[in-house]
Design a protein around this ligand. Structure first.
Ligand code: 4NP
Length: 161
């Protein structure tokens, strides 16, 4: 087994819907491939509105239906030092990307990526914010994040392992 360690941070606005789901999906994926020891995985929000809160109950329920338990996560706000600490900072949408660009220290913006850049065949930039949406918003988020996280893991394997 390789002793490579890669750190990955998923970021949305509130850190209660999309990014905790992304964290749970990615953690489940790497553990299923026996790579849990090779990763440090976390998530954060660009906003501070929900700091300390668990993921939205709708996000928890939809993830659990796919055997992904995100109940232990607690929201925190993204900070400049995350760009020193993490190798990959994944923004869920263009607004998150713009907010992260503002706090990113000089010379570290190569670490900042749009999540859907790793989702082959998906049009558009944004994992849609499901917070105020009706209908299947949370299922759509999970489908997009499963696809994008498979692409992200393939990219990391090729580049680092
Ligand atoms: P998230 O969703 O960014 O995917 O966690 C949201 C959660 C809360 C709010 C907006 C989006 N809010 O306005 O409180």
């Amino acid at each position: 087994m390789t002793d490579v360690k890669v750190s990955v941070l998923f970021v949305c606005l509130g850190n209660i819907c999309r990014s905790p789901t992304a964290e749970g999906v990615f953690r489940t994926l790497v553990e299923a491939e026996g790579l849990g020891e090779n990763f440090h995985i976390d998530s954060a929000g660009t906003g501070a509105y929900h700091v300390g809160q668990p993921p939205d109950p709708r996000a928890q329920a939809v993830a659990l239906r796919r055997d992904i338990d995100i109940s232990n996560q607690r929201a925190r706000q993204a900070r400049a030092s995350d760009f020193q600490k993490f190798d990959y900072v994944l923004a869920m949408d263009d607004d998150n990307h713009a907010a992260l660009s503002v706090i990113c220290p000089p010379g570290l913006d190569h670490k900042l990526h749009l999540m859907l850049n790793f989702a082959d065949g998906v049009e558009g930039h944004d994992v849609p914010d499901p917070y105020y949406a009706r209908g299947n918003g949370f299922e759509t988020v999970l489908d997009l994040l499963e696809l994008a996280n498979r692409g992200l893991l393939a990219h990391i394997r090729e580049k680092h392992f």
